[in-house]
Design a protein around this ligand. Structure first.
Ligand code: SAM
Length: 379
């Protein structure tokens, strides 16, 4: 990608951090995988997400939003902010379901999508127009949303895993950073000092000491500073309500387990995954797992308190996925539909797949009682 070569050439030491590299590979306005609109999300695409499997995921989420609204005392306006909406399917499923089943709630929802990739906004608009719900959604940047104006829920699915990460490695018991440079147009890695002391602070925050003897020389992993910045942004906008984050990932002790010595970085291209971020540049997804401990600890510093951390399988069962499974034996569906739907529902809760995703619920501006009140997805 020309923009990456130029960024390297223009940098003072002819090298950029891996986070800068990943940012260009995914979000360069014309050449980036997401921003160009090339991202192909779906069961036939580079990778699929929960809403690629059908409307169940969005519909069950909608049930959770309804309960949140009621718990907050049914305010006159309820903001639903979806961050990183991908193909737009989830928004379409949520809005169609609420429109058809809970028209009073639907009326008072203000649905905003905050989307980094301009190319995907066009896809989202066209998917939403198929359900006639495009006018219900507004696309805004964080800067266009007034500070402390949000009462409702800010949510995301597979967002944090798409943030650019710093790559670090242990050399002589010290933390060092992996940078990206080039030679005759060929991308190469080089190792040097950390680009920012924020990386040291990050490990203090999550109470992990990579300098201890438990970690081997050349241990390699990622640091997602963008996730901390993102929480700060949320804190500035959310007045009262919930932050719901769904993603694959681990708590810190598992993420930075000494045996996970190659980190979690993965690339997705035409539905195959591998770990080389320097091929198919701008044509493939690059992702790393989410460190949920970092989100919880940073949240606490910002008065965004953890309510509960659970797994997607349990979350969706609590919201009625089990009832949907039982309904398959009522004779309402054809044999083929039963087989297909059962497979879809099982995929959403499979503990080895989507069902094992983390679901983190945090709250801000809630009374202690509201903070403790159990929500259906988090029993
Ligand atoms: C892996 S996709 C997930 C899409 C969708 N949520 C789903 O479940 O199918 C990540 C999405 O997050 C968006 N994204 C990445 N960084 C973002 C940011 N800082 N702010 C808003 N959206 C972002 C990407 O452009 C893309 O739409």
């Amino acid at each position: 990608m020309q923009s990456i070569i130029e960024a390297i050439e223009q940098s003072p030491q002819q090298k950029i951090t891996f986070a800068d590299y990943m940012n260009l590979a995914l979000y360069h306005p014309e050449e980036g995988y997401y921003s160009s609109g090339r991202a192909n999300i779906g069961t036939q695409g580079d990778f699929f997400t929960a809403s690629s499997l059908g409307e169940d995921f969005g519909e069950l989420l909608a049930e959770q939003f309804l309960e949140m609204w009621e718990l907050l005392g049914s305010p006159k306006t309820f903001n639903l902010i979806e961050v990183g909406a991908g193909s737009g399917l989830c928004a379409a499923d949520i809005l169609k379901y609420l429109h058809d089943n809970y028209p009073n709630f639907y009326e008072i929802i203000s649905y905003i999508i905050v989307e980094e990739a301009q190319g995907l906004i066009r896809k989202q608009e066209s998917i939403l127009s198929l359900t006639g719900k495009e006018n219900k959604v507004r696309w805004k940047s964080w800067d266009e949303i007034e500070d402390l104006s949000i009462t409702g829920c800010i949510f995301s699915n597979e967002l944090i895993d798409a943030f650019p990460v710093h790559l670090i490695t242990i050399k002589n018991k010290e933390l060092t950073e992996i940078y990206v440079t080039q030679s005759e147009g060929k991308i190469k890695e080089v190792i040097s000092d950390l680009s920012t002391t924020r990386i040291i602070e990050y490990f203090k925050l999550i109470d992990i000491n990579l300098k201890s003897n438990r970690y081997a020389e050349n241990y390699r992993t990622e640091v997602n500073l963008g996730a901390l910045d993102w929480l700060e942004k949320i804190c500035g906008k959310l007045k009262r309500g919930y932050l719901l984050t769904i993603d694959y990932g681990y708590i810190a002790s598992k993420y930075y387990h000494p045996q996970r010595h190659k980190g979690t970085l993965q690339c997705y291209y035409k539905h195959r995954h591998h770990n080389n971020p320097y091929v198919n540049i701008g044509q493939q997804d690059i992702t790393s797992h989410t460190n949920f401990t970092a989100l919880e600890k940073q949240g606490q510093l910002l008065n965004i308190e953890t309510i509960k951390f659970t797994q997607q399988g349990l979350f969706l069962m609590g919201l009625g996925l089990g009832t949907r499974l039982s309904a398959l034996s009522t004779g309402k569906y054809s044999f083929l539909d039963v087989i297909k739907r059962r497979d879809t529902l099982h995929q959403l809760i499979d503990p080895m797949g989507l069902g094992g995703f983390g679901v983190l619920l945090q709250g801000k501006g809630l009374t202690p009682e509201e903070q403790k009140r159990p929500l259906k997805g988090f029993q």
